[in-house]
Design a binder for this molecule. Structure first.
Ligand SMILES: [Zn+2]
Ligand SMILES: [Zn+2]
Ligand SMILES: [Zn+2]
Ligand SMILES: [Zn+2]
Length: 624
């Protein structure tokens, strides 16, 4: 009897499970249907917009015109789709694309890829027709059983589309939109894209195919397995998991990384290791002898070392750059860019449908990406403004994109001075147009600063001729200025005095030159010289300090600058030094011919800054 009860129980349970499973599938299918409908509806709205130039939705409701147009479409497509084949009419963009592919030569697209692309276009057309058919059926209110069966059949056909094909579909859809947008007024712009688009398509397809192949070959990729199992492990700390994850990103592990990985893993019991590393590792452990209840740590190290080496040698050259699953658990997840595991609060989020969705990249990476984007925009603007007339260079000293961070836009019209930095976030072409409208030009920080220093430019000669030195008092300096400029206003005299003191200080402490480049000096551009703290904790301390210092006696200024470990840098060098994003990512920003120049430039600046030594104490003027 007991057995009977148990059997009944288990039967009802399995029934229940089946029910749940069926319901789940049903849900999934309706979800797919809804998605199909909504994407189709969007496409229809787009088509309506293009055909009539009117808006399909107003005040969140379908407009009257759009509803009428939809009805008309229905009648049209109903007629069309008695047979799906009939609705497989080639659209104009398809004809053009097929023509391009057929005409491309062997160098552009290989024969194999050609055929495959044509095949994918055919597939795309077919699936589109299938979608249409499904939409039509779903639009009827009461679905007869026969029709639901048809939908099932159609959906099955759609399932046969491979991942690679879906990827290429995306490009086809984009091309279709591009074609329809431009065909009426900008026919030429379509032809202009031919080469680029063909190249992109064929490269993408070849790449996708290559990835697919390697996925088949590797049966157990130990890195993938370890990564997927990592979150289940509760003995490893978050930090250790993070380290493992970062190491696993590498195509090939260095000896140091291998050692680090092994030292973390070897602390775990072998059972855990097997659960982390999979079946292949289990087999591997059978080659070793266990003396106690588990292998001793030394043996485990040996075992892991051998295992990883074996695996690495097999898996090398097999392009593991496939899309990897990102780690996540209740409180943290892996960033899709830097692959560090970070707590959720280090990710920004967007709200979608009332739900908070975390970005896949951490805040720091998003800032990096934004910065790179802005630098890229800046390069485009510099190169193209006034049809490239300015050649992306400072119009006075020819500093070019090698020192991109130090290039600025300068307005000749002083009224526009307020618009200092153009928005580099938005469309670069808009910003370029604004710059042209405002008649701005390109200057580097150094030249820009000099041009802005009105008083310096007016009295440059008087400043340079001043023979006063580090022992001169403020009074002496002020008297000199008063004698030379009896009629100048107060502000002019004050500025000249400040310039003279700055000149004395820089000549005395730094030999009168920018410590970084040694090109900018008190002789050729005093205004451009700035002060920079070598100790990096507080980069903003510096500018404030000199403003605070400049009214002190010259001797005092010298003493303080030395105490605070300040050096002088020209505006350009200082900007370079501060632009860490440019320093880290210039390869993503400027053309390869600049890379080496930039690397050397940074090396020189940094080496000079590091090596600079103040004169010994005995040479410092005596202070009262
Ligand atoms: Zn990140
Ligand atoms: Zn310049
Ligand atoms: Zn410099
Ligand atoms: Zn600085």
């Amino acid at each position: 009897k007991v057995n009977e009860v148990i059997e009944q129980e288990s039967q009802t349970q399995s029934q229940l499970q089946q029910n749940i499973k069926a319901k789940k599938q049903e849900k999934l299918k309706t979800k797919q249907k809804v998605e199909l409908i909504s994407s189709k509806l969007l496409e229809l709205q787009e088509k309506y917009r293009q055909e009539t130039g009117k808006r399909p939705i107003y005040n969140k409701k379908e407009t009257k015109g759009f509803k009428e147009w939809l009805e008309k479409q229905k009648i049209l497509t109903l007629k069309k789709s008695e047979n799906i084949r009939k609705s497989e009419i080639k659209e104009e963009w398809e004809l053009l694309l097929e023509k391009w592919i057929n005409e491309a030569n062997e160098n552009e697209i290989s024969k194999e890829i050609k055929e495959e692309l044509l095949n994918i276009i055919r597939k795309y057309r077919k699936s589109k027709a299938i979608y249409w058919r499904i939409i039509q059926i779903l639009k009827r209110k009461n679905l007869p059983i026969k029709e639901t069966e048809e939908i099932e059949g159609l959906l099955k056909k759609l399932e046969k589309i491979t991942g690679v094909q879906v990827e290429i579909f995306k490009n086809l859809r984009a091309f279709r939109a591009f074609y329809n947008d431009n065909i009426r007024w900008y026919k030429k712009s379509i032809t202009a894209e031919r080469q680029k688009f063909m190249k992109h398509l064929s490269q993408k397809l070849s790449y996708l195919k290559k990835i697919k192949k390697t996925q088949k070959v590797i049966k157990e990729n130990w890195k993938e397995i370890l990564k997927e199992n990592l979150y289940k492990n509760i003995t490893l700390s978050l930090k250790e998991k993070s380290i493992i994850n970062q190491i696993l990103q590498k195509e090939k592990l260095t000896e140091v990384e291998k050692k680090e990985l092994i030292s973390i893993l070897s602390k775990l019991p072998t059972e855990y290791l097997i659960s982390l590393l999979g079946n292949d590792f289990k087999k591997h452990t059978q080659n070793y002898i266990k003396w106690g209840w588990d292998f001793d740590q030394g043996v485990k190290r040996l075992m892991l070392n051998k295992f990883i080496s074996l695996k690495e040698n097999v898996e090398i050259n097999k392009n593991p750059k496939t899309r990897q699953k990102l780690y996540s658990d209740e409180e943290s997840k892996e960033c899709g860019r830097c692959h560090q595991i970070k707590p959720y609060n280090e990710y920004g989020a967007r709200i979608m449908g009332g739900k908070k969705i975390l970005f896949s990249r951490c805040k720091k990476c998003r800032i990096d990406i934004k910065q790179i984007y802005q630098y890229n925009n800046k390069v485009k603007i510099l190169r193209n403004v006034y049809n490239g007339k300015l050649k992306g260079k400072c119009q006075i000293c020819s500093t070019d994109v090698k020192r991109l961070p130090s290039l600025e836009f300068h307005h000749k019209d002083p009224k526009l001075k307020g618009v200092k930095s153009f928005s580099l976030y938005r469309n670069w072409e808009k910003t370029k147009k604004q710059i042209e409208k405002e008649k701005a030009t390109i200057l580097c920080v150094n030249c820009h600063t000099k041009q802005r220093s009105k008083h310096y430019n007016n009295y440059e000669k008087i400043i340079k001729e001043c023979k006063l030195d580090s022992l001169s008092s403020n009074n002496q300096i002020f008297q000199y200025v008063n004698n030379k400029l009896p009629n100048a206003d107060y502000e002019a005299r004050r500025q000249v005095t400040r310039n003279i003191k700055k000149q004395i200080v820089i000549n005395y402490l730094y030999g009168g030159k920018c410590v970084g480049c040694r090109d900018i000096s008190t002789k050729n551009n005093l205004p451009a010289l700035q002060f920079h703290h070598r100790d990096k904790e507080n980069p903003y301390k510096m500018s404030k300090t000199y403003v605070n210092l400049r009214n002190l006696e010259t001797k005092e200024i010298i003493k303080k600058l030395k105490q605070e470990n300040c050096i002088t840098l020209c505006g350009n060098c200082h900007k370079m030094e501060q632009s860490t994003h440019f320093k880290n990512y210039y390869e993503k920003i400027v053309r390869p011919e600049y890379w080496n120049l930039i690397k050397k430039d940074y090396e020189r600046i940094e080496k000079n800054i590091e090596n600079f030594k103040f004169k010994s104490e005995s040479n410092i003027p005596t202070l009262n």
